[in-house]
Design a protein around this ligand. Sequence first.
Ligand SMILES: Cc1cc2nc3c(=O)[nH]c(=O)nc-3n(C[C@H](O)[C@H](O)[C@H](O)COP(=O)(O)O)c2cc1C
Length: 209
Amino acid sequence: MRLLESLKWRYATKKFDPSQRVNEDDLKKLKEAVQLSVSSYGLQLYKVLIISKRSLKEKLKAASWDQAQITDASHLFVFCNYTERNDSHVDEYIKAISTLQGTPLEKLSVYGDFIKKSLSGMNDTDWHDWSEKQTYLAMSNLLTACAELKIDACPMEGFEPEKYNQILGLDKRGLNACIIAPVGYRSADDHTQFRKKVRKPMTELFETF
Ligand SMILES: Cc1cc2nc3c(=O)[nH]c(=O)nc-3n(C[C@H](O)[C@H](O)[C@H](O)COP(=O)(O)O)c2cc1C
């Protein structure tokens, strides 16, 4: 299984080679892997910003505990969840199912209402947690796809979401920066790449019945 080899190859990259860029063809594949992520009901209630502009990355680095990956990596993926519930997201989704799968809209209305009811039934904290979780699934697909393409990445929570929201104008759009991942190529002198992976033993991680 090639995927296991890829997962052993990858690591949370601490030092990127700033001279190397991810090409457009690979970028397209990474975007497709993110697009194909699973999500609750299939709603994909998030947006993903891909930032390569140096000046913008400089600003974001200052809001990311000054971690060098932000500016040294080729591209910075910022996964943003929606902060407000909006029935129009569900309506658009139901319309897309109808168009793509050929199901008449009236047959899908019960499903649409069910989703709306279940979302509006959450309290604000649950909604916030739920919508953030969705972005982590998408980020996980990005990391796996990167590994398959021998592209390096680092999942990061070490940043200030409020500052990201302000710098990127996310507040105004009802979005919140939730999790980020710089993507590029490892520097030869990033020593963390040579460290042994630390993972729980199978016997501790799994219980079989
Ligand atoms: C949600 C999340 C947040 C993380 N935040 C950071 C971060 O801010 N900076 C960083 O250098 N690594 C960060 N990491 C990387 C983890 O430390 C790393 O994935 C873990 O130690 C396992 O090592 P490996 O990914 O190299 O196998 C984060 C990982 C995850 C999943």
